[in-house]
Design a protein around this ligand. Structure first.
Ligand code: IPM
Ligand code: MG
Length: 336
């Protein structure tokens, strides 16, 4: 998948006279196999030194042992945390030619253009304490939903900034009727809304948001939310786009270094068959051009080439077609 995106990057570089330099490093399951650790110090240092990181999916059933002390996903979480990429941008657009690939009614999908901003280095994924113990003779497991005000502020700030280039509308998603962390989330967000009167800010409970994503997705624009809420809502939102394989993401922090990955996982059921949809990864590379390399025209050209390929009927198996990963990549490159 990453090599498909690298081929697209090289094609765009050739057309614009750029030269991109790549280094490859292991993370996740293959890193556990090679080094006994899902993320090595060397990989983290190399990623920190790079302008941008393009990431392939990390998991697989061979590393799923619940008693294992390291897991592929741990490497990914440590990389996100280590890079300080606290905001995960997940755009959800519905290509008109793929409306029939979604199980939703076509009229619901007209004009859907959502940007979910998922907080990525805090919340339920990283809160402390976390772990297992025995209490009152019972085995117990604990995860903690934890947020500091500054963690909320910086991700909401980015949501506001991105909303200004769109419709000036932000929906903040929380569970403030139950969770204290959500009440702080709402308090900080409300205060920022007052400081930014040009932004139309609305608050929505996460259960309501999960329903609205399906019943009225075109009414949503920028969503900003806690780590795990965003994880769940974006898998749900991918149904709008017709396939998980279509959705890219960009994870950003304070500077321009970013981590770019499709929202889908490693799809072990089709691994190695050469049939996976490369579009999510290719569109992630377009986001890399835009956000880390500041090459807006190049990014837009990659996105336009993807749109044109889909319009022309290019489809991988997840979209009901028969093209393999390589052939689908060719369809995009030939339209650059
Ligand atoms: C995602 C994935 C990851 C997450 C997993 C693989 C740890 O589901 O990027 O959405 O939960 O963040
Ligand atoms: Mg996920």
């Amino acid at each position: 998948m990453t090599s498909a995106a690298v081929r697209v990057l090289d094609a765009i570089a050739t057309r614009h006279g750029h030269q991109f330099t790549y280094q490859e490093h292991l993370i996740g399951g293959c890193s556990i196999d090679a080094y006994g650790a899902s993320l090595t110090h060397e990989t983290l240092v190399a990623c920190k030194a790079a302008d941008a990181i393009l990431l392939g999916a990390v998991g697989g059933p061979q590393w799923d042992d619940p008693n294992a002390k390291d897991r592929p996903e741990r490497g990914l979480l440590a990389l996100r945390k280590g890079l300080g990429v606290f905001a995960n941008l997940r755009p959800v657009k519905v290509h008109p030619a793929l409306i029939d690939s979604s199980p939703l009614k076509p009229e619901k999908l007209q004009g859907v253009d959502i940007l979910v901003i998922r907080e990525l280095t805090g919340g339920l994924y990283f809160g402390w304490p976390k772990g297992r113990d025995v209490k009152d003779g019972r085995e117990r497991a604990v995860d903690t939903m934890e947020y500091y005000d500054y963690e909320i502020r910086r991700v909401v700030e980015l949501a506001f900034r991105l909303a200004k280039g769109r419709k000036n509308k932000v929906t903040s998603v929380d569970k403030a009727n139950v969770l204290e962390s959500s009440r702080l989330w709402r308090q900080v967000t409300t205060q920022m809304g007052a400081e930014n009167p040009q932004i139309a800010l609305e608050h929505m409970l996460v259960d309501t948001a999960s329903m609205r994503l399906i019943t009225a997705p075109a009414a949503l624009d920028v969503l900003v939310t806690e780590n795990m809420f965003g994880d769940i809502l974006t898998d749900e939102a991918s149904v709008l786009a017709g396939s998980m394989g279509m959705l890219p993401s960009a994870s950003l922090g304070e500077g321009t270094v970013g981590l770019y990955e499709p929202i889908h996982g490693s799809a072990p059921d089709i691994a190695g068959k050469g049939i996976a949809n490369p579009i999510g990864t290719i569109l992630s590379a377009a986001m890399l051009l835009r956000h880390s390399l500041r090459l807006e025209a190049e990014a837009a050209q990659v996105e336009a080439a993807v749109d044109a390929a889909i319009t022309a009927g290019a489809r991988t198996a997840d979209l009901g077609g028969s093209l393999g990963t390589r052939a689908m990549t060719e369809e995009v490159i030939s339209r650059l």
